[in-house]
Design a protein around this ligand. Structure first.
Ligand code: PMP
Length: 286
C-alpha cells in the first residue's frame, strides 16, 4: 500500500508530494516539528503536542498553518488512510518560501508549509528494544541555546546517534558544563535509592510531552522525584536509568559509557513507569 501524506491542504501519494526547493525549512532549517505516537489506531497526547507546536511557532514568530481542530482532523485522517494501528505521525511547519533565498524572513503574509506523514511501526509498545534496555554513550552538547523550541535542526543529534552506533551503543546523552542536558531525542533520568532524578525545564532542554506525563504518573504512584542538575558520573552510579520520548515511551537504560547499571538489565522503576504510561495513555488516546 502506497503511503498517503499531507502537504499544504492536499492528501497525496508520497511520490507526488512536493515542497519548493526555496522552502526555508530546506534552506535554513527554519521549521518546527512534532511527533505524535499512535496506539490502537488512536493519537497519544495530541493536546500536549498541539500546545507545544503553538509555543514553538510563537517563539519563532511563525504563523500557525491551521487551527488545532483542523490539525487533529488531518492527523486522524492520515492514520485512517494509512491503516496505522501502532506508529507515529510526523508533522512539520516551515516558514515557507517567497521564491528566493534570503536570510531576512519573508513578509508576514507568506504562507507557512505544513507537511504530515505517518510511520507504521507495528510492535512499538511491545518493543524488544525496551525489554533489552539501551546502552548509552555520553558526548558534549554543542547544540544551540534554544533547545526548548522543537526545530528541525537535528544534525548534531543525528551525529550523536551515529557516534553511539559506532561505539556499539544505542544512543547518546549530551553533557554541557559537566551536567547532562538530555538524550539526542529524549529526556534523561536516573534512579538512586528509589528517587527519580531529572534535569529541570529551561531553554537547555526540550520540554518533553512524555516527560510531563511520566512525571505526573510517577507522582500519582507515590514515587519520589527530584528535578535538579546531575552529572554523568552520578548517572553511572545509579541503580537504574531511563529516557522518555513520544516515539519510544519509557526506555530503560542499562549501560552508560561502558558501565552497567544495577545488574545490567532494565530496572523495576523504568519497567513500572513504562507499563503505567502505556496503560494510561491508551485510555486517554483520541
Ligand atoms: N528531547 C529531545 C532533544 C527530543 O528530540 C525529544 C523528542 N523529540 C524529546 C526530548 C522528548 O520529547 P517528547 O516526549 O515530546 O517526544
Amino acid at each position: 500500500m502506497t503511503r498517503t501524506v499531507y502537504v499544504n491542504g492536499e492528501y497525496l501519494p508520497e511520490a507526488e508530494a512536493k515542497v519548493s526547493i526555496f522552502d526555508r525549512g530546506f534552506l535554513f532549517a527554519d521549521a518546527v516539528y512534532e511527533v505524535t505516537s499512535v496506539l490502537d489506531g488512536k493519537l497519544i497526547d495530541f493536546e500536549g503536542h498541539a500546545v507545544r507546536l503553538r509555543r514553538s511557532l510563537d517563539e519563532l514568530e511563525m504563523a500557525e498553518p491551521c487551527t488545532k481542530d483542523e490539525l487533529l482532523e488531518i492527523h486522524r485522517r492520515l492514520v485512517e488512510l494509512n491503516g496505522i494501528e501502532e506508529g507515529l505521525v510526523y508533522l512539520q511547519v516551515s516558514r515557507g518560501s517567497d521564491g528566493d533565498r534570503d536570510f531576512v524572513f519573508p513578509s508576514a503574509d507568506t504562507d507557512p508549509s505544513l507537511v504530515l506523514f505517518t510511520q507504521n511501526k507495528p510492535g512499538l509498545a511491545d518493543s524488544p528494544a525496551a525489554q533489552k534496555g539501551a546502552k548509552i554513550i555520553s558526548i558534549e552538547d554543542i547544540r544551540w541555546g534554544r533547545r526548548d523550541i522543537k526545530t528541525v535542526q537535528l544534525l548534531y543529534p543525528s551525529m550523536g546517534k551515529m557516534m553511539a552506533k559506532k561505539a556499539g551503543c544505542d544512543d547518546a546523552w549530551l553533557v554541557e558544563d559537566g551536567y547532562v542536558t538530555e538524550g539526542t531525542s529524549n529526556n534523561a533520568y536516573f534512579v538512586k535509592n528509589g528517587k527519580i532524578i531529572t534535569r529541570p525545564l529551561s531553554n537547555d532542554i526540550l520540554h518533553g510531552i512524555t516527560r510531563k506525563a511520566v512525571l505526573r504518573m510517577a507522582a500519582e504512584a507515590q514515587m519520589e522525584i527530584e528535578e535538579r542538575l546531575f552529572t554523568i558520573d552520578e548517572a553511572k552510579e545509579a541503580d537504574e536509568a531511563f529516557t522518555t520520548s513520544a516515539s519510544a515511551f519509557v526506555m530503560p537504560v542499562v549501560e552508560i559509557d561502558g558501565v552497567a547499571l544495577g545488574d545490567g538489565t532494565p530496572g523495576p522503576i523504568a519497567k513500572r513507569l513504562r507499563e503505567i504510561y502505556l496503560d494510561e495513555s491508551r485510555k486517554a488516546a483520541v
